[in-house]
Design a protein around this ligand. Structure first.
Ligand code: ZN
Length: 483
């Protein structure tokens, strides 16, 4: 009796506990909020090469809850519905959708698949039956084909280019994949290149004009432009009359050599005839100006109706330069800089200075004068400090270049010890007395020298002298070269 009663109580307690557990579980299940996570297996964004088979990787589902299975439990064989198709035979973007309904929850996910063509086309060259070397222009294309895994036959899209004995083929498929091929043409080139000389095969320049290569072009039927490969041999001595050959040589890729020669003739200008004036002629010359006293000098000369000669520098008195010419005097070139070390450093430097001063005078007066005087005179020795023998070269070259240079036979010494008008006057008058025809050297940048001029004019006119400006036919009274 007691034994049965005890068993019943035990069962009752156990039953109560089970009911309680079931109640708690049910309550938990109700309060818990379930979620399903759906994920495409593998890569969610996939690239598929054109023609490859598409294998559906499927999706995985995980159940999670706010109270139960917080960590999530994977569902086995969930009933996932898959929609969307991938056609690997057509390029493009595809979407595959996954959906699942479970325990009243709905989940979905998407996979993107792109079908691409990354394979290059193939160019096939037909064999060249032309195995003997050809002349350019006689080449016949043996043919070619181009095929692509996606586009099929794309032969008509091939571009051919021919250069220097090579044919290059190129094609691109509709996805932008390129293909290239090339073949060499068995050219032979029997002809040498052609050289064309700018400025012609005969070129004449004047002594004293710098020779500058006028240019050339070399072309070859097969190799194209060969100008860069031309070698130029020969030199032109632009200071000495003569004929100078310049030879241009070039070889093409087949070792055909072309060579042409340009003859550069350096010609001397004819020297003008010297017309001696009558005795008692005075040429007054003034160097190194114009300067602040030149206007005063021009006024004095005007008053006596006397014309003189001015060997000018680039002194900044441009208006005076114009007045010298306007008032009937001769103008000649002295120098731009009067810098011995610079102008006598080489014949090039001298001629550069000479031409520049000639241009400056022309710009200011409209006269392109060929009269000139060497700074220091042709007998100077100071030039030897810069360039040995330069006066020997220049004294001939300037005349061949069409210039007439003038030294002097009466020196006023106004650049030396004569620092007073009276001394300048005495020196000049004494010099004139000792010569039949007088070429007088003065400098109009010295006030005492300009001051002496009126007395010199009066003395000369009173004693039956004639004052004259220099021309290209006047005697130069060349000193003789010392360097
Ligand atoms: Zn001077």
């Amino acid at each position: 009796m007691n034994k049965h009663k005890g068993l019943r109580i035990l069962l009752g307690v156990l039953g109560g506990l089970a009911l309680l557990a079931a109640g708690v579980w049910g309550l938990l299940f109700r309060v818990n909020r379930f979620t399903i996570l759906l994920t495409p297996l593998g890569q969610a964004e996939t690239i598929l090469e054109y023609g490859q088979e598409y294998r559906e990787p499927g999706a995985g589902a995980v159940l999670t809850g706010t109270l139960l299975w917080k960590e999530g439990i994977p569902l086995e064989n969930p009933d996932i519905r898959i929609s969307g198709e991938v056609n690997p035979r057509v390029l493009g973007r595809y979407e595959v959708d996954y959906r699942l309904d479970f325990l009243g929850c709905h989940a979905q996910a998407r996979r993107r698949v792109t079908v691409v063509d990354t394979q290059c086309p193939v160019i096939t060259l037909k064999e060249d039956p032309q195995d003997t070397p050809l002349r350019p222009g006689a080449y016949l294309e043996p043919g070619f084909t181009a095929t692509d895994n996606y586009d099929g036959d794309i032969t008509d899209r091939v571009i051919c280019q021919q250069e220097k004995g090579v044919i290059r083929y190129a094609v691109v498929d509709s996805s932008g994949n390129p293909a290239y091929a090339q073949r060499e043409i068995p050219f032979f080139d029997p002809d040498p290149p052609e050289i064309v000389l700018e400025g012609g095969e005969t070129l004449v320049i004047s002594v004293g004009s710098f020779y500058r290569e006028p240019g050339y072009r070399a072309t070859d039927e097969v190799d194209g432009d060969l100008t860069d490969r031309v070698t130029v041999a020969g030199e032109v001595d632009w200071l000495t009359p003569g004929t100078y050959p310049i030879t241009y040589t070039v070889a093409d890729g087949w070792e055909n050599v072309a060579s042409v020669t340009r003859e550069v003739r350096v010609e001397a200008q004819p020297r003008p005839e010297i017309l001696w004036p009558g005795r008692k002629t005075i040429y007054l010359t003034f160097d190194d100006g114009p300067g602040p006293y030149t206007g005063q000098l021009l006024d004095v000369l005007d008053r006596y109706g006397v014309k003189a000669t001015f060997f000018v520098t680039d002194s900044g008195y441009d208006d005076m330069m114009a007045q010298i010419v306007r008032r009937g005097h001769s103008i000649g070139i002295h120098t731009v800089t009067h810098d011995y070390g610079q102008i006598y450093s080489s014949p090039e430097a001298y001629f550069d200075d000479l031409h520049r001063m000639q241009d400056i005078i022309y710009e200011n007066t409209g006269v392109r004068t060929t009269l000139m005087r060497f700074p220091g005179g042709s007998s100077n020795t100071v030039s030897g400090e810069s360039c040995q023998g330069v006066m020997t070269v220049l004294s001939e070259a300037v005349q061949d270049a069409g210039f007439q240079y003038f030294d002097w036979n009466v020196d006023s010494d106004d650049a030396g010890s004569a620092r007073k008008a009276k001394t300048v006057y005495d020196n000049v008058v004494e010099g004139i007395r000792q010569t039949g025809v007088s070429l007088v050297l003065q400098h109009d940048i010295h006030p005492y020298s300009v001051e002496a001029v009126e007395d010199i004019l009066q003395w000369g006119l009173n004693n039956g002298y004639t004052f004259a400006p220099l021309t290209q036919n006047s005697p130069g009274f060349h000193h003789g070269v010392n360097n």
